[in-house]
Design a protein around this ligand. Structure first.
Ligand code: TMP
Length: 209
């Protein structure tokens, strides 16, 4: 049995988390065994690394190594077993985020990122990635709205607009290289408008579902 691996990407504040739940509901209504996960995180070890990477000062190379260390544990202990059991695994971020944030945002070269991705993933790749795209300024405004009364911005969320525009460009470059897998969702509209695009992609991709 092989399941489905679908990832969700976008700059902080793009609104992807709202839509992951709707995608889970869509698959569950069609009888799928849905499992949700996230990166950085998804296992006890990777969640510990997440806490460190989002709070402690560190250089870009250390940051990417911790992201991939957590990913390795996540791939081995959660993703591969879920797919082997035939589940539909919905993951809030995966390797594209490292290419966008540490590659586009921090400026690490592909010569660093590509071998890490190969070693860590060993061919485990999402079959579909929904990329929630919107300008960095709009995403920042949404983050401000969300943060009122809730937790404070983490170490990466505190970075400036230029950083997030570079991350956005990193996602665009990644999407250009994998047009069949990465589908751009225009995340600038209302929750309903964005949700309608997501459902249209699912219906087109999984007509038999
Ligand atoms: P989250 O807020 O979506 O849970 O993600 C936490 C932060 O980690 C977010 O700012 C994106 C960042 N991130 C990277 O920089 N590289 C990665 O590989 C991943 C998975 C996330």
């Amino acid at each position: 049995m092989t399941g489905r691996f679908i990832s969700f990407e976008g700059i902080d504040g793009a609104g992807k988390s709202t839509h992951i739940q709707a995608v889970a509901d869509w698959f569950r209504a069609r009888g799928a065994d849905v499992q949700l996960s996230r990166e950085p995180g998804g296992t006890p070890l990777a969640e510990t690394l997440r806490d460190i990477v989002l709070s402690q000062p560190m250089g870009s190379l250390t940051e990417v190594l911790l992201m991939f260390a957590g990913r390795r544990d996540h791939v081995e202990t959660i993703i591969k077993p879920a797919l082997a059991a035939g589940r539909t695994l919905l993951c809030d971020r995966f390797t594209d985020a490292s290419f966008a944030y540490q590659g586009g945002g921090r400026g690490l070269p592909l010569a660093v990122l590509e071998p890490l991705a190969d070693w860590v993933q060993e061919g485990t790749e999402p079959e579909l990635t929904l990329w929630f795209d919107l300008p960095a300024g709009q995403a920042a405004a949404r983050r401000v709205g969300r943060e009122v009364g809730s937790r404070e911005a983490d170490r990466i969320e505190q970075l400036d607009l230029e950083f997030f525009e570079r991350v956005r460009a990193g996602y665009a470059a990644r999407a250009a290289k994998a047009p069949g897998r990465i589908v751009r969702i225009d995340a600038s509209g209302t929750v309903e408008q964005v949700g309608a695009q997501v459902l249209a992609v699912l219906s087109a991709r999984y007509p038999a579902c």
